[in-house]
Write a protein that binds this ligand. Structure first.
Ligand SMILES: NC(=O)c1ccc[n+]([C@@H]2O[C@H](COP(=O)([O-])OP(=O)(O)OC[C@H]3O[C@@H](n4cnc5c(N)ncnc54)[C@H](OP(=O)(O)O)[C@@H]3O)[C@@H](O)[C@H]2O)c1
Length: 313
């Protein structure tokens, strides 16, 4: 099978095409012909070598975690899936990722793809959707009528979080570039703040909660928007205990925990027309396609998701 791998940590020029053996399918595993994979900022961070201590992989590394495709083989103990099923899912970080024609993996974070979702949409949803859901429901415990600030709202996680927060009945302020204002308002934001030239606390204050998705965010600026006793969760950086106490806030850095139940929850919302996944660009499965996709992601202004297609929908 063809995979697009990295043999060195570095910039987006590292991608190289490789012909790899198709692994044997273990008793509990599925083998999936991948139709589409999505780009997540974490893929770029792995490629840059920023997580070598946590994930000491050996080269070649196949990056990528989100996928949608069709089952082409199942292990002897697999009963939930059969050959020909359309599936979608996300992988924990491993050396064998989804920038490949074929994926062999256990079925723990895989679900059936509803017919209403294209392979492109299905590949775009998993990690971003699960992350947005868990951040609002499990960590911030957002309630109807509360005011929430979603910082960096137009990207993969943010554009789904805005919609989920709106469904909860929250009042939503977001940060985004001026050309994202209409997009963000259509998703459910009531206030869109241009983060380039506006002090957030000049526009909003006494908010109940904040979800921080911007690695470069100034924490003090976010704190100034929150009421005493407010909650803040960050997907990008630690929130020091002393800083939280000083600002009379509760919160922490959070990590998503992919699981099939939460993936099914967000997938059902999409299938039923209650959640929209925006794919702003699809790219071909090639060294150049991945190079462009990673450079776009690193530029930090992705609207919704970037998807790489092995097989067009
Ligand atoms: N901890 C976890 O489990 C976990 C899981 C998923 C993601 N993450 C992290 O969460 C972050 C967001 O992920 P993502 O997939 O949503 O990323 P993404 O799609 O690349 O986000 C791009 C968006 O970020 C916005 N942005 C960039 N800099 C900003 C700033 N200073 N202030 C406000 N907005 C800014 C851009 O807005 P404009 O285009 O409007 O300028 C763009 O729409 C990443 O750092 C990712 O690594 C963590």
């Amino acid at each position: 099978m063809e995979a697009i791998v990295i043999n060195h940590y570095g910039d987006a020029k590292q991608f190289e095409t490789a012909t790899l053996p198709v692994p044997e399918v273990g008793a509990h595993e599925l083998q999936i012909a991948i139709h589409a994979t999505a780009i997540n900022p974490f893929d770029c961070q792995l490629r840059q070598g920023r997580h070598q201590e946590s994930y000491p992989f050996h080269f070649p590394i196949t990056l990528g975690s989100d996928f949608a495709g069709v089952v082409q083989a199942v292990g002897t103990d697999v009963t939930a899936f059969k050959v020909g099923d359309a599936v979608m899912g996300t992988l924990p970080p491993t050396r064998e990722g989804t920038y490949a024609e074929v994926l062999t993996t256990h079925g723990k974070t895989i679900i059936h793809k509803p017919a209403q979702l294209s392979f492109t949409t299905a590949a775009a949803l998993p990690l971003a959707g699960i992350t947005a859901l868990q951040a609002l429901r499990d960590h911030l415990k957002l309630q109807a009528g509360e005011h929430i600030l979603i910082n960096a709202a137009a990207g993969g996680v943010g554009h789904l979080a805005v919609q989920l927060a709106a469904q909860t009945g929250a009042i939503i302020a977001v940060t985004g570039s001026p050309d994202r204002t209409d997009f963000l308002k259509q998703l459910g934001a009531t206030t869109v703040i241009d983060y380039h030239d506006t002090r957030l606390a000049d526009v909003i204050h006494d908010y109940d909660a904040a979800l921080d998705l911007a690695a470069s965010a100034d924490l003090d600026e976010l704190a100034a928007c929150l009421k005493s006793g407010g909650r803040i969760m960050s997907l990008t950086k630690p929130l020091p205990e002393a800083w939280l106490q000083q600002n009379q806030l509760t919160g922490r850095q959070i990590w998503s925990k992919p699981n099939a139940t939460d993936l099914a929850t967000v997938t059902d919302l999409v299938a039923n027309g209650n959640l929209t996944v925006t794919v702003s660009r699809t790219l071909p499965f090639s060294e150049l396609g991945l190079n462009i996709a990673h450079r776009l992601s690193e530029a930090g202004h992705t609207q919704g998701k970037l998807v790489v297609q092995m097989i067009a929908d």
